[in-house]
Every structure is written in structure tokens, then in C-alpha cells.
Design a protein. Structure first.
Lengths: 202, 182
């Protein structure tokens, strides 16, 4: 093979690699988030609550991880178990990237959701999920910061009462910013794709 | 080749009927489209809403925020962008916006939603997401209607104007032999 042929092949390889790089750059820059995007990102309000092991949990300590936050309660008959099941599936889809994502469940029913109750509840879905509670006053502040609605609804029957509550999922990026929110019913696959992108972007 | 000759008049008829059907469907579709066309038969775009400063206080006092309509109509693919200039977070159904930021969401499904909303005195806001009638949807309509109309017109034409089964070769065969022998 003479020098000119080698030169042409080399040039072809260089051009090919350049094209791959350009396409990769274009596709990575053009990713469109499928959740409700918060732009510009705003620093997520920090909070300090108690986790299912009785330890103090601070949101600001989680920098470097993508956080998915959901507000619910353990006696919830519908939305909460569905959302936590979706969290479990998203975690499984993320595989090794799951280490960079924290799944958090914050109670809207602190009277019934004790540390032990929360621990038992989340471990049904995944023992690595973090369940948080606190004094009602502490939680009211967090609910307010995150625009969470919650109202006790008395029902007849052995189950006691229900709690109407916001069913939104909040995604906080690795820099501690509110980046995305998802209404209840958003397809799990879309949430997974967004979270995977947030992890890769981080 | 004989078989081809046999079917040729049918194929020609089918071709003519198909062309006619396409023309009829296009004409009918376009006339209906012209009459029914609305402002929502358009390409997707970004629709921006601004929540002015002091909105939460206004709502608390029972005063309507005039700049925000109670009903919003979108077409699939529209992006709803909500800019929050207020000092507290607000929500518009699927969109939650912290203070001094913007929340946006692409409307992906045609439906009629009634969402809870923190910047309406009624606390509810209607979102109507429609599928726009675009060139693509009209072409899909053509795709469904033209073959059906072709089949119907073709069968009807066969009844009204039957194809003469005699082909040229048949005619040659039937020519009187006597003329050659004389």
C-alpha cells in the first residue's frame, strides 16, 4: 500500500471520528426534558428531617446526587404505592447509575407515619429508599417550600382518615437545584430518561 | 400475455376510477377543511403565561388575576411556559414554578383537563389540548378515504358501464373464415 492510499484512509478515519463527535455533541445538547422543566434552575430549599433509621437527613448533604422527592403517606391507598413502585422500576433501569440517585419519600401524615412505620413501608419497595418525617411544624415548612398541598379527609370505616395531597415528583440535580417536576401519571420511561440525562449531565 | 390483455381494460378502469376518487376526496376534504378550519389548526408553538408579583396576595384577597385566562387551548406539541414573578411558588396543573423562575411543559396528548391552579380565585384552570388538523392529518384522511371510494366507484362503474369482454384477438378469431378462402 503506497503512502497516498494510507493518507486517504487516515483522512477518512479522521473525518469519520469528527462526524461522530459532532453528531454526539448535537444530540447531547439537544436533549429535551420531558418533565416540567424549571429554567433557570433554582436552588432547592434545604430541609432537615428524620429518616427511617432515626438519623438526621439534610438535603444539602446530598450534593453530587440526583434526588427524586415524593410527598405521601403510608396509609395511602393509590398514588403513593404506585409512585414508589415506579421509583423502584426507575432505580432498576438506572443500573449502576442508581448509585448517583437518591429516592426520597416525605410524609404528609406525621401522626401515623412514625420512623418505624416509614421504615417498614419503604422497605417493601426498596430498603435503600429514604423515608422522612419530623414534627408537624418542621414538615409544614417543607410542604410550603415545595408547594405541597395536604388536607386530612375523614372517611367512614376502619381505615381512619385519608390525606389529600400533591402527587408531584420533584427532581433536584447534582448541584442541589430544582430542575424538573413530574405530575402523577407521567410515563415512567420518560422520567427514567430525564433522570439518566441528569446523572450523565452531572 | 393473453391474461394481461384480459385484465387490461379492468386495470385501466381501476386507474381512472382511482384518479377520480383521489380528486373527489381531496376536493371534499379541502372544502370541509376550509369551512371547519379554526385558529387551532396550526403548527405547535410556545405559549407564555406570566404570574405577576403579588398574585398570591391578590388571590388571598379574592381578586382575580386578569392577565390569566380561566381556559387555555393548546394543540399537541405546544409548549406551555409559566414565568413566576411572584414571591411564592405557583402551580398550574402539571407545572410547578418556584419564585423567580420559569416552568415549561410540552403538551403531548389531546385531552380536556381541569387542573388545580394556585393563581386563579376558582383554584381551577381548564386545559384543552387538541389535535390540530394539519396537512399530515388531511393526507391520512385521504389515505383512508381514497381506496374505499375507489373500490365502491369501481364496482359501481362495472354495473353501470360493463366492460366489453371481447378483445381484439377474440375479434380476429371470430372473423368469417369464408372471406379468406374465397
Amino acid at each position: 500500500m503506497n503512502k497516498s492510499k494510507l493518507g486517504i484512509i487516515g483522512l477518512g478515519v479522521v473525518i469519520g471520528l469528527l462526524l461522530v463527535y459532532i453528531v454526539w455533541q448535537l444530540t447531547s445538547q439537544n436533549y429535551t426534558y420531558q418533565g416540567s422543566l424549571i429554567d433557570p434552575p433554582v436552588e432547592a430549599k434545604d430541609f432537615e428531617l428524620t429518616d427511617q433509621d432515626g438519623d438526621i437527613f439534610r438535603l444539602s448533604d446530598q450534593r453530587g446526587k440526583v434526588i427524586l422527592i415524593f410527598f405521601g403517606y403510608t396509609h395511602c391507598p393509590d398514588v403513593c404505592p404506585v409512585t414508589l413502585s415506579e421509583f423502584k422500576q426507575i432505580k432498576s433501569q438506572l443500573r449502576e447509575d442508581a448509585e448517583k440517585v437518591e429516592f426520597i419519600f416525605i410524609t404528609v401524615d406525621p401522626e401515623r407515619d412514625t420512623v418505624d412505620t416509614l421504615g417498614d413501608y419503604v422497605s417493601i419497595f426498596d430498603p435503600d429508599f429514604i423515608a422522612l418525617t419530623g414534627e408537624r411544624d418542621e414538615l409544614i415548612e417543607v410542604w410550603s417550600d415545595y408547594g405541597v398541598y395536604q388536607a386530612r379527609q375523614e372517611v367512614t370505616g376502619a381505615g381512619g382518615y385519608l390525606v389529600d395531597h400533591t402527587a408531584r415528583v420533584y427532581a433536584v440535580d447534582m448541584d442541589g437545584n430544582w430542575r424538573l417536576t413530574y405530575p402523577f401519571g407521567m410515563e415512567r420511561e420518560k422520567i427514567y430518561q430525564d433522570i439518566r440525562h441528569l446523572v450523565q449531565e452531572g | 400475455m393473453k391474461t394481461n390483455n384480459k385484465f387490461r381494460p379492468y386495470l385501466i378502469r381501476l386507474g381512472i376510477v382511482f384518479g377520480l376518487s383521489v380528486l373527489l376526496v381531496v376536493a371534499f376534504n379541502e372544502i370541509v377543511y376550509l369551512f371547519q378550519k379554526s385558529e387551532y389548526d396550526r403548527a405547535p408553538k410556545t405559549i407564555k403565561l406570566v404570574i405577576p408579583e403579588g398574585t398570591a396576595d391578590q388571590i388571598e384577597s379574592g381578586i382575580d388575576v386578569e392577565s390569566i385566562p380561566e381556559e387555555l387551548v393548546f394543540v399537541i406539541g405546544d409548549t406551555l411556559e409559566v414565568e413566576n414573578l411572584d414571591q411564592v411558588s405557583h402551580q398550574l396543573g402539571p407545572i410547578w414554578v418556584p419564585p423567580n423562575s420559569t416552568g415549561s411543559l410540552v403538551m403531548e396528548r389531546a385531552n380536556n383537563y381541569a387542573y388545580s391552579c394556585s393563581f386563579q380565585t376558582s383554584r381551577y384552570l381548564g386545559l384543552d389540548v387538541r389535535e390540530p388538523t394539519t396537512l399530515r392529518t388531511r393526507l391520512i384522511g385521504l389515505g383512508f378515504a381514497a381506496p374505499t371510494l375507489t373500490a365502491l366507484l369501481f364496482l359501481y362503474s362495472l354495473l353501470v358501464f360493463p366492460i366489453d369482454k371481447k378483445t381484439k384477438s377474440d375479434e380476429m378469431k371470430n372473423k368469417p373464415v369464408s372471406s379468406k378462402t374465397i
